[in-house]
Design a protein around this ligand. Structure first.
Ligand SMILES: NC(=O)c1ccc[n+]([C@@H]2O[C@H](COP(=O)([O-])OP(=O)(O)OC[C@H]3O[C@@H](n4cnc5c(N)ncnc54)[C@H](OP(=O)(O)O)[C@@H]3O)[C@@H](O)[C@H]2O)c1
Length: 244
């Protein structure tokens, strides 16, 4: 059994780390001893998140933020450069940033379709492509893509979102097979409903049946502590008693 210190001193990026699952993951990674750089588009949200992370007196690692839109290929490169400059390298990439735009397909705008695919799929592609050379140079790495059960259980009104996550699952598995022999592990975490502001919810509903962001963060940090011989490549995480 590996101890929590398996992540001690490792350098991690968490995209979409300014709130929700990403912020909970950044907190959990820091608690496990990692250095963390978070990104998002809103400067205010990043400043609030950075303040929260810095206020955690138990975590001693470096923490930084970068205002980055992962859907822009140049900015994904800048994100990896920021990790190298501010953390000293990159061992872990958590591709968590995502958006949810929900409407019947016949009513779905070009903008909502394009932005969903850009963020949830192309953003992961850009960040992985930028990160892999740095991980190769470091001799190891771990990429965790936050997908969704919606990728394998599509629902009405979710054409763009479900398609983006189904494609993300395929991207993840292809990449996993490409780089595993280079000591770069690639995993997908597929949560069910999580109590966050995702998809424009004004505030968390406080629905007790949902997963919490901390539950997902725990699954991510647990998988990152598997020994080098072990690769949990796909984790499905469900509310134990969903609302019926
Ligand atoms: N909540 C759920 O029920 C649920 C279930 C399954 C899977 N997921 C997945 O979990 C991930 C996180 O969701 P969440 O519930 O934590 O959502 P959230 O609370 O809305 O947080 C999303 C985060 O992503 C950032 N983000 C969005 N677009 C971005 C972009 N283009 N570039 C950089 N950052 C961006 C947001 O910051 P800015 O807006 O400031 O950029 C924010 O930090 C998503 O991939 C989502 O699909 C969520």
């Amino acid at each position: 059994m590996t101890s929590v210190s398996a992540l001690e001193g490792l350098k991690a990026i968490v995209t979409g780390g300014s709130r929700g699952i990403g912020l909970a993951t950044a907190v959990a990674l820091r608690s496990a001893g990692a250095h963390v750089l978070i990104c998002g588009r809103s400067a205010d949200a990043l400043a609030d998140a950075l303040g929260l992370l810095r206020a955690d007196g138990r975590a001693t690692g470096l923490v930084a933020s970068a205002r980055i839109d992962v859907g822009e290929p140049d900015q994904a490169g800048q994100l990896v450069d920021a990790a190298v400059a501010q953390l000293g390298g990159l061992d872990i990439l958590i591709n968590n940033a995502g958006i949810g735009r929900f409407a019947p397909l016949a009513a779905l705008s070009d903008k909502d379709w394009t932005e969903t695919l850009h963020t949830n799929l192309s953003g992961v592609f850009y960040c992985c492509r930028a990160a892999i050379p740095v991980m190769r140079a470091g001799g190891q790495g771990w990429i965790v893509n936050v997908s969704s059960l919606a990728g394998q259980h599509p629902f009405a009104g979710g054409a763009a979102y479900c398609a983006s996550k189904a494609a993300l699952n395929a991207l993840t598995e292809s990449l996993m097979q490409e780089v595993r022999q280079e000591r770069i592990r690639v995993s997908c975490v597929l949560p069910g409903s999580v109590d966050t502001r995702f998809g424009g919810r004004v505030r968390p509903e406080g629905a007790s049946w949902k997963l919490s962001a901390d539950d997902v963060a725990r699954a991510i940090v647990d998988l990152l502590q598997h020994p080098p011989r072990s690769l949990p490549s796909r984790i499905e995480l469900r509310p134990s008693m969903p609302r019926t």
